[in-house]
Design a protein around this ligand. Structure first.
Ligand SMILES: [Zn+2]
Length: 255
């Protein structure tokens, strides 16, 4: 049974990865999410169904459009692989409990944001609202009223803290320090993780983002580092390693 669920989740993850990666391209470019059906962004020719099979099509076509030979972004292949691996992994780690739903929602937001933020410096409000609503529903189902309200308060506090950080950063560096999308995204993370874990996730995000920016800084002339994907990776690390992190933090807090 476990194996069947994992296979099913892998397929669902790959399909969702393909769909969400595509949304990460369509939403910033103001292309409708449902129409037209998949097409090559270079020659605009519509893709046949067999050119649209997640993971396989990219591998068989050697990452190129069949019609014009233009390279298909490797980032879309990564999106499909992320869904393919992380959907079943979430199930193997958590079963179908609250953490499964939280981590899977975060993976979905990560996949869209990897494309939209890395390629277009854009975090979609629509994606944040839908993921926020999905989180509220699963939290309401799995949590007691007081814990549920605490998550709502956490989201508001994180939103305000991020606005404070932005004002502080802007005055220190004399330029835009944090995007509005990052601020709204942190409110969603507050819902997903609660206050303390969100700050731990933010710390991970800052460290990973810093390492990444040091590696690619020469390539990026504008000096803008999209922070959204790192916020989401940091949050996911907290969910995945909470069994290690939580006792350690409790010990620190009790001193
Ligand atoms: Zn083409």
């Amino acid at each position: 049974m476990e194996v069947i669920i994992c296979i099913w989740l892998s397929l669902l993850g790959a399909i969702m990865g393909s769909f969400l990666g595509c949304m990460g391209y369509r939403i910033p470019n103001k292309i409708k999410t449902t129409y037209p059906s998949s097409f090559c962004s270079n020659c605009n020719k519509p893709l046949k169904w067999y050119m649209n099979i997640p993971i396989f099509s990219y591998l068989f076509q050697k990452g190129k459009c069949v019609y014009c030979g233009e390279k298909i972004g490797f980032i879309y292949f990564i999106c499909e692989v992320l869904g393919f691996i992380l959907f079943p992994l979430n199930y193997l780690l958590f079963g179908f409990n609250l953490d499964f739903y939280i981590s899977t929602i975060l993976v979905c937001v990560l996949i869209v944001t990897i494309v939209s933020d890395f390629k277009y410096y854009y975090i979609s409000d629509r994606v944040l609202i839908i993921s926020g609503l999905c989180l509220l529903i699963v939290l309401y189902i799995f949590m007691g009223t007081s814990d549920f309200l605490m998550r709502l308060v956490s989201a508001v506090i994180l939103f305000l803290v991020m606005i404070g950080l932005k004002i502080l950063g802007n005055s220190m560096f004399d330029k835009e320090s944090l995007g509005d999308g990052d601020i709204k995204l942190m409110a969603v993370i507050g819902l997903a993780l609660g206050l303390l874990n969100s700050f731990i996730g933010l710390f991970f995000a800052a460290v990973i983002g810093l390492i990444f920016s040091l590696i690619i800084i020469k390539k990026n002339k504008e000096g803008i580092i999209p922070f959204g994907p790192f916020i989401l990776i940091g949050a996911l690390l907290v969910v995945y390693f909470s069994s290690i992190i939580t006792p350690y933090i409790n010990e620190l807090l009790s001193i």
